[in-house]
Design a protein around this ligand. Structure first.
Ligand code: ZN
Length: 209
């Protein structure tokens, strides 16, 4: 006999945990003729088709992404519940924070962003989070440099984000202070990304962008 598995299990494996998400996923599989109403199990060989169908026909969007206005490209999205895999942030507050900051920078027409401060984890994570959407440079917060070198870098960028709650010396933050600088105080990567986004949004708003 061909191997099969409960449809509910397959749906969970695809990130559909809540009742609403399971119902939406099942409806999509039924509409595509991959399963039919009342059938509890699905043949294992149908898995690739089922996964492709779910991807194409159902969009789960978490409440946080919806509230942040990140789901604009998905007008028919289903609101994801606990444990559901959101199509935008995949359940990661850090990823959501990064997307919100990228959007704020795009709105403000900022492309070259310098982050000052942060520990080695932050230094590793930030460029990955920002992807190719922004030109990101990270500056160590503990190494002082001559003012004219710093000024040259400030001249070449659109915005400087100071990570005030992380490893950053007073001398370094003073050299980078200026009209292009956005100072954040929040602890934790998702929190300072959101704070920077909010401040950049406010600045873009004042500039009428
Ligand atoms: Zn989300």
């Amino acid at each position: 006999m061909a191997r099969d598995l409960p449809t509910a299990k397959l749906l969970r494996e695809c990130g559909y945990h809540s009742d609403a998400a399971q119902a939406a996923g099942r409806a999509a599989l039924e509409a595509a003729g991959i399963t039919r109403e009342g059938k509890e199990r699905i043949a294992e060989w149908k898995r690739p088709d089922a996964v492709a169908t779910l991807k194409a026909r159902v969009t789960l969007l978490c409440e946080a992404c919806r509230l942040a206005g990140l789901g604009g490209g998905h007008p028919t999205a289903i609101i994801a519940g606990a444990g559901d895999r959101c199509v935008i942030c995949e359940g990661s507050a850090t990823r959501r924070g990064a997307l919100i900051l990228i959007r704020a920078c795009q709105r403000a027409r900022f492309h070259r962003v310098i982050f000052v401060g942060g520990n080695p984890d932050v230094h590793r994570e930030l460029p990955l989070l920002m992807g190719n959407d922004l030109d990101v440079r990270i500056v160590d917060g503990m190494t002082s440099r001559p003012g004219r070198d710093v000024q040259r870098e400030i001249d070449g960028c659109d915005v400087v984000v100071l990570l005030g709650s992380t490893e950053i010396s007073h001398t370094v933050s003073a050299t980078w202070a200026g009209p292009k600088t956005v100072a954040t105080q929040s602890r934790g990567i998702s929190a300072f990304l959101l704070e920077a986004a909010e401040k950049i949004d406010a600045r873009a708003g004042r500039a009428g962008l």
